[in-house]
Design a protein around this ligand. Structure first.
Ligand code: UGA
Length: 435
């Protein structure tokens, strides 16, 4: 099929390359000319394992191209909207400017046989409003098809999703839209991937509900970590033990410095704001607590570092291992690790931060920090070391090869290290939610 993908960020660039990989003829559109040049040259503008490979192979087939010129989407029958919906500057609500601009610039090139497919995460009610505009101006149909990809696994999640959700209008138009989406995702559909065909509102809510649930799971275990810290209990053993109950499950129960990224934090805030607009603020008031628990974990790490310096962090050297919001990503949007590094710097500590992929993005936002690409050099002379993103490179550090000095402390902000091994090597090992 001929498809266009509007917005070539973390979601759209992967979606465009994956659609071409699946055999479709794809044009990706973005307003950022620099990004388009990189993509056309086969370079991923961000770190995502597997993306450079499928980009290169799809570009070689001639089925994939990128442009800043919206008129090039005219041939396509299916148009994916994959632009960002960040948090508004002065409120918790989502900023829909990019979605609206994408639709506005797409309208002149739509015909009534076209299908516009929203993938961006939007407040419930958005699709119905946009469908009306699209229908009135072009006769085209709108479907909402939320994306559930995880950064770091984005290519696999796009090519082999665990479910497909189609929000479509009622009647024959909806049936036609679902049939076109089944054709787009033919390989996943024939493999037996569950497909939920539903109305617009449900499809929008599925996405925000899923992220709200995941955020709740993480903050739940982090709340248990807070209780463990004052009772001498061990949150990782607690998570293992409750996780054996299949109804609870062990995944997404890793206590640590909390969730960040371009999705979970802003999505729970936007969901709360939307519930308030709908007069149902009380239904999602608990998400404010989820947010607060999450942010308190960052305070806790800062507190542990300050304690390790006997309340005098000024000019004391601290190594921050990890800057991205999670491993296998260079994304530092709302990253707990970067936030902690900045706060420690603000307290006057001599912070040296390292990350396998996220230094450039971090430096752009916070040039005041000192960065060191080499892990060994970052560790050099640091009295306190914090691991805030569980990259394999940090989990694999062998403490027996590092000098523990007289009084060095390692703070395991992700419960990802072998505490015993660090203690044996002479370090004071401190973890979140563990005595
Ligand atoms: C998340 C969802 O997992 C995806 O399903 C969704 O499609 C995506 O948001 C989105 O809305 O686009 P992602 O932001 O890539 O994906 O990252 P996650 O793997 O969900 O991790 C989010 C944060 O939670 C990270 O900072 C991670 O370190 C943290 N986390 C995760 C924990 O603190 N503990 C855990 O047990 C799991």
């Amino acid at each position: 099929m001929k498809v266009s993908v509007i917005g070539c960020g973390y979601l759209g660039a992967v979606h465009a390359a994956a659609m071409a990989e699946l055999g479709h003829s794809v044009v990706g559109v973005d307003v950022d000319a620099g990004k388009i040049d990189l993509l056309n040259a086969g370079f991923a503008p961000f770190y995502e394992p597997g993306l450079p490979d499928i980009l290169a192979s799809a570009l070689r087939t001639g089925r994939l191209r990128f442009t800043t010129d919206m008129s090039e989407v005219e041939d396509a029958r299916v148009h994916f909207i994959a632009v960002g919906t960040p948090q508004q500057k002065h409120s918790a609500a989502a900023d829909l400017r990019f979605v609206e601009a994408a639709i506005d610039s797409l309208l002149p090139f739509l015909s009534d046989a076209d299908l516009v497919v929203g993938k961006s995460t939007v407040p419930v009610g958005t699709a119905a409003r946009l469908a009306e505009i699209i229908q009135r101006h072009s006769g085209a149909t709108l479907a909402w098809n939320p994306e559930f990809l995880r950064e770091g696994f984005a290519v696999d999640d796009t090519i082999a999703p665990d479910r497909l959700v189609y929000g479509v209008p009622p009647g024959i138009r909806g049936e036609q839209a679902a049939a076109m989406l089944n054709e787009v995702y033919e390989s996943a559909v024939t493999r037996g991937t569950p497909v939920v065909v539903t109305d617009y509102a449900t499809s929008e809510l599925v996405k925000t509900a899923a992220n709200a649930f995941l955020a709740t799971k993480i903050s739940f275990i982090n709340a248990m970590a807070e209780i463990a810290e004052v009772t001498g209990a061990d949150v990782t053993q607690l998570a293992d033990a409750i996780g054996y109950d299949a109804r609870i499950g062990r995944r997404f129960l890793n206590a640590g410095v909390g969730f960040g990224g371009g999705c979970l934090p802003k999505d729970i805030r936007a969901f709360t704001a939307r519930a308030e607009e709908l007069g149902r603020g009380e239904s999602l008031a608990f998400l404010k607590e989820i947010d607060a628990i999450n942010l308190r974990r960052r305070d806790r790490v800062v507190e542990l570092v300050v304690d390790a310096f006997d309340s005098e962090p000024f000019r004391r050297r601290v190594a921050v291992l990890g800057l991205s919001f999670k491993p296998d990503s260079d994304d530092v949007r709302d990253s707990p690790a970067l936030d902690v590094a900045v706060r420690l710097h603000g307290l006057g500590a001599d912070v040296v931060a390292t990350d396998p992929e996220a230094i450039a993005n971090s430096r752009r936002l916070h040039p005041q920090l000192t960065f060191e690409a080499d892990i060994k050099a970052a560790l050099e002379g640091a009295d306190v070391v914090t691991v805030l993103t569980e990259w394999k490179q940090f989990r694999d550090i062998d403490p027996s090869l590092l000098s523990a000095g007289t009084d060095r402390t390692i703070i395991d902000g992700r419960n990802c290290l072998d505490g015993e091994a660090w203690r044996r090597a002479g370090w004071t090992y401190v973890a979140l939610g563990r005595a």
